[in-house]
Design a protein around this ligand. Structure first.
Ligand code: GLY
Length: 308
């Protein structure tokens, strides 16, 4: 089977001005993840590295550039999952960490738990030698402006916010059919202090099972969590749907039921892909051989030669 790393950069009302930034970011992340697999790295390494590249990029709502809570702070959530053994790790309401996805991986690998929250997660980071950044280091100018806009006018409190950032995620399969999934977010603009998101919940934001597939979701977190969106897509694949059909049907059902939008990426155990969203846009990309495939509009599937 040809290895694939498929990434997304958030579903929502992405303004035209942000489209090029988001496409560049997802294409770069997909290439980074693909190179990890091609060099013999594991699927967990691949999804972690792909997500880290988007956590560093202020075009996305994860790591640096995350949206802000009502106190003007960045509080982040991330989860990672291995399809071979259903092992998973997560962090929620974590502050001042450059790569929450790497901390989630440490929770998976070095604790008996699946999720650490707030101060406990930050304390664990220190013990593991993960640097705590000076307070405010992850706050971007865009995020500050988006919070000011929210306080003045209110908005629909999506993870995309007024400035068009968005949750990030990656799913991967290697040549032996091993799978992993990872998702990372700053949450929703103007959220209450201490709000946790779907991204921190296994089965909502992230899921991977080598017997079925791997999924990462994005969009209105409260709806995604209530619908257990990632696992609902897995369930439909388990019942025989392709990744594309399972992703499209489940997103449609969630949006019809809860009247909020979302997006998801999925890989089935056979290596077929699901990429869909009920929002206006969602940036996504993957690399196969020396070709990058990407899109952001409904129905768009563009290909170009990879730069590496
Ligand atoms: N889906 C991410 C969030 O709502 O926080």
């Amino acid at each position: 089977m040809e290895p694939i790393v498929l990434v997304h950069g958030g579903a929502g009302d992405i303004p035209d001005s942000r489209v090029p930034l988001k496409l560049n970011g997802v294409k770069k992340a997909a290439s980074i993840g693909y190179r990890v697999l091609k060099r013999g790295g594991s699927v967990v390494d691949a999804v972690e590295e792909a997500v880290k590249s988007m956590e560093d990029d202020e075009a996305f709502n994860a790591g640096y550039g995350s949206v802000l809570n009502l106190d003007g702070e960045v509080e982040m959530d991330a989860t990672i999952m291995i399809g071979a053994n259903l092992n998973s790790g997560g962090v929620t309401v974590v502050k001042d960490i450059a790569h929450p996805i790497s901390l989630a991986r440490l929770v998976m690998e070095r604790t008996p738990h699946f999720l650490l929250a707030g101060e406990g997660a930050n304390r664990f980071a220190k013990v593991q030698g993960v640097p705590t950044l000076p307070a405010g280091s992850l706050v971007s100018k865009y995020a500050r402006e988006a919070l000011e806009d929210f306080k003045k006018h209110g908005d629909n409190r999506t993870e995309i916010g007024e400035k068009g950032v968005g949750t990030v995620g990656a799913v991967a399969i290697d040549s032996k059919g091993r799978m992993a999934a990872a998702t990372s977010t700053g949450g929703i603009n103007g959220k209450m202090v201490g709000r946790s998101s779907d991204t921190s919940i296994i089965g909502s934001g992230t899921y991977a099972d080598d017997n079925v597939g791997a999924v990462s979701t994005t969009g209105h977190g409260e709806s995604i969590a209530r619908f257990c969106l990632a696992h609902a897509i897995i369930y439909e694949m388990k019942n025989g749907s392709s990744a594309a059909v399972a992703t499209a049907n489940t997103l449609k059902a969630m949006t019809e039921k809860l009247k909020n939008t979302a997006g998801a990426i999925a890989i089935s155990k056979g290596g077929d892909l699901g990429i869909d969203f009920t929002s206006k846009r969602m940036a996504w990309a993957y690399q196969i051989k020396d070709e990058i495939h990407f899109g952001i509009e409904h129905g768009q599937h563009t290909k170009e030669k990879a730069k590496n």
